[in-house]
Design a protein around this ligand. Structure first.
Ligand code: GLA
Length: 373
């Protein structure tokens, strides 16, 4: 068994004096299709080998006890009060937001340990939500997996209060070993897209998170709603490039243009991936970034710097910001043989410019949520 799972079991046994079941739910890197999910368009993420682990066992005390190993901090609540809890505005909201939707006949002890870096756009919250649902007794083998995805998204929308789309929870559940997953955020179908051999994917953490991220996310959701209303469509998924000329507000036009062109880029990226055309995949990465930078305006100086520098390095096919934006990570597609040089070049340049050592994550596409023991 993986070292992390072993560590989680030992920590659980020590704290709660019982033998737990252990679950894992991964974070993600979105390869392309940014800010398209809540417009019911296409996304193409991978689940990554950074994950949230939960260990869980029933207790006889009628309470839910939750302990975060990362924070070295625990809470407990009587189970008959779970349904009436209000958000505490901290990490427990992700846990309670999920658990209050899952009927619990007995008390339960849960220990949580995550290797997904928090606040870096790699979906640490979805990993926490999904692994919490499993720890709370969600039956991954028999209950429909899509219901689990929806339940976790609901926790985030309604209890945490973030109006996110469905991508992060979806990929955490449906991730595939060795493949990206193209998700249709309207039909909620997906298809696996095998990644070409010899391709490395490295996420670079800018280690900045600008304050406006949450408010700006809401603004973008609202602006896309206005664009769809202007065009008389249910969502921007149904808008064509030609139709956009009917939008007179220049900002709304920019937002809509990003979403419509980004959906097209996802289709092109999937085709390029299937034919092993890494050059085209890289070009689409850069086009996506420019669109997020100039039309959607969710990038920031540090992310632009990381992208601009990366694409000048030998062996790099393309780079772009990934996730919600305003900080967090870039995702870089490169030749496997170029990774060491890439990292040292980026580290030197970023350090010189911002005085910060960026973090590097060499990621692999992994399977979605599972029970480990
Ligand atoms: C965040 C949200 C996702 C998605 C991305 C942007 O990660 O949680 O639903 O909207 O931003 O693509």
């Amino acid at each position: 068994m993986a070292i992390t799972a072993q560590l989680v079991i030992e920590a659980f046994e020590k704290r709660f004096n019982a033998t737990p079941d252990v679950f894992r739910a991964p974070g993600r890197v979105n390869l392309i299709g940014e800010h398209t999910d809540y417009n019911l368009g296409f996304v193409c993420p991978i689940a990554i080998d950074f994950a949230c682990y939960t260990a869980s066992a029933p207790n006889r005390d009628g309470v839910l006890r939750v302990f975060s190993l990362n924070l070295d901090e625990g809470r407990e609540w009587p189970i008959d009060r779970l349904a009436s809890l209000v958000p505490a505005k901290d990490w427990t909201d992700y846990v309670i937001g999920v658990i209050r939707q899952i009927p619990m006949a007995r008390g339960r002890d849960i220990l949580i340990y995550s290797t997904v870096p928090v606040g870096s756009g790699l979906s640490s919250s979805a990993a926490l939500e999904v692994s919490t649902a499993l720890a709370a007794g969600w039956d991954l083998e028999h209950a429909p997996r899509l219901d689990l995805v929806k339940l976790c998204r609901r926790a985030e929308n309604e209890f945490v209060g973030v109006p996110c789309g469905i991508m992060d929870q979806y990929i955490s559940v449906f991730g595939q070993d060795g493949s990206a997953v193209k998700i249709d955020c309207r039909s909620l179908d997906h298809e696996a897209v095998a990644l070409p051999a010899g391709l490395a994917i490295v996420a670079v953490n800018s280690l900045v998170k600008h304050e406006l991220s949450q408010g700006a996310y809401r603004d973008r959701v609202a602006e896309c709603g206005r664009a769809a209303a202007t065009l008389g469509v249910e969502s921007l998924r149904d808008a064509s490039l030609d139709a956009l000329s009917r939008i007179t507000d220049p900002i709304i036009l920019q937002r809509a243009r990003h979403v419509v062109t980004e959906d097209l880029r996802v289709e092109q990226f999937v085709a390029a991936c299937r034919s092993g055309d890494v050059g085209a995949m890289g070009r689409l990465f850069v086009e996506s970034h420019r669109s997020l930078q100039h039309d959607y305006e969710v990038s920031c100086e540090e992310l632009d710097f990381l992208v601009d520098h990366a694409i000048r390095i030998e062996g790099v096919h393309g780079a772009r910001m990934t996730g919600g934006g305003f900080g967090g990570c870039t995702v870089n597609l490169l030749q496997a043989s170029a990774v060491d040089l890439f990292e040292s070049s980026i580290r030197d340049a970023y350090q010189l410019r911002y005085g910060i050592d960026p973090a590097f994550y060499r990621v692999k596409a992994t399977a979605g949520a599972s029970k480990l023991s």
